[in-house]
Design a protein around this ligand. Structure first.
Ligand code: NDP
Length: 253
């Protein structure tokens, strides 16, 4: 069997939050694997810069994922003007650092809106088309905070844990239509979100470093390459997994 099972040639991938960090790393890896890529985010200039960096076959749409009324329009626009979405990467997410006792209901709700409720709304809309075509791959971007308990991220950790529930439930309903649903749980990956979260907190940084068996932070391309595999034909019998890409952090003592 040739390496073509790993290719994403002729596939269209929608990557939310694809203009920065992990999303941009995924967009790069998909582009290199031959996919047509559509990236979204709230900041037009960030998206334009990313498209200019990536080259041909990369499109952007300015979209706030929490504006749920817009989701059907976004998906229809891409389906009509670019082509059938075969891969959805739910990467857009926000972080909130604060002890549980200092986290307000509003803080908690804001995180859930972006990281879970909008993810479900976009997934349901894209799946409408995928289920009809009997073809699709949906990937959630989870977190270590969805696998084990981490202090100071109660809302974020709850939101990422909820994505596992979403994966499990959707697998029971989508699998007979050949729509696969998986998640990647990135470890600590060098992106602005992560660097902002640990800046000025050397103790936290040390705690994290101690946890990583491979002894160093990950790169956004590490997540991109894992996502390419999960959405390629090489992974056609893989659905319902949460794949840690974490330098061994999950199992390290
Ligand atoms: P970034 O902050 O660089 O990326 C977040 C992206 O999401 C941005 O492009 C942002 O664009 C977009 N985004 C945020 N809110 C919205 C919204 N309402 N609508 C549309 N787009 C939105 O951080 P990362 O790359 O690190 O994070 C990407 C994902 O990876 C997140 O889900 C995060 O939780 C997850 N993750 C990251 C880890 C890490 O170590 N870096 C570890 C584990 C998980 P814009 O602001 O322009 O809208």
């Amino acid at each position: 069997m040739g390496l073509e099972v790993f290719s994403l040639e002729n596939k269209i991938a929608l990557i939310t939050g694809g203009g920065t960090g992990i999303g941009l790393g995924i967009a790069k890896a998909y582009h290199e694997a031959g996919a047509t890529v559509v990236i979204t985010g709230r900041r037009k200039q960030v998206l334009k810069d990313a498209v200019a960096e990536l080259g041909d076959n990369v499109h952007y749409r300015v979209n706030d994922i929490t504006n749920k009324k817009e989701i059907p329009n976004l998906v229809k626009d891409i389906e009509t003007n670019i082509g059938p979405i075969e891969v959805l990467i739910n990467n857009a997410g926000i972080h909130y650092k604060g002890m549980a006792q200092e986290t307000s209901d509003e803080d908690f709700e804001k995180i859930l809106q972006t990281n879970v409720i909008s993810v479900f709304a976009l997934t349901r809309e894209c799946a409408k088309y995928m289920l009809q075509r009997k073809k699709g791959s949906i990937i959630m971007i989870g977190s270590m905070a969805g696998i084990f308990g981490i202090d100071k991220v109660v809302a974020y950790g709850t939101s990422k844990t909820a994505l596992t529930g979403l994966v499990n439930a959707l697998v029971t309903e989508y699998s007979t239509s050949n729509v696969r649903v998986n998640a990647i749980a990135p470890g600590w990956i060098e992106s602005n979100m992560f660097l902002n979260a640990i800046n000025n907190d050397p103790q936290r940084k040390q705690q994290i470093t101690n946890r990583i068996a491979m002894d160093h932070f990950g790169q956004t391309s590490d997540i991109g390459n894992a996502a390419v595999f999960l959405s390629s034909e090489a992974a056609k019998y893989i659905t319902g997994v949460v794949l840690p890409v974490d330098g061994g952090a999950t199992v390290n003592f």
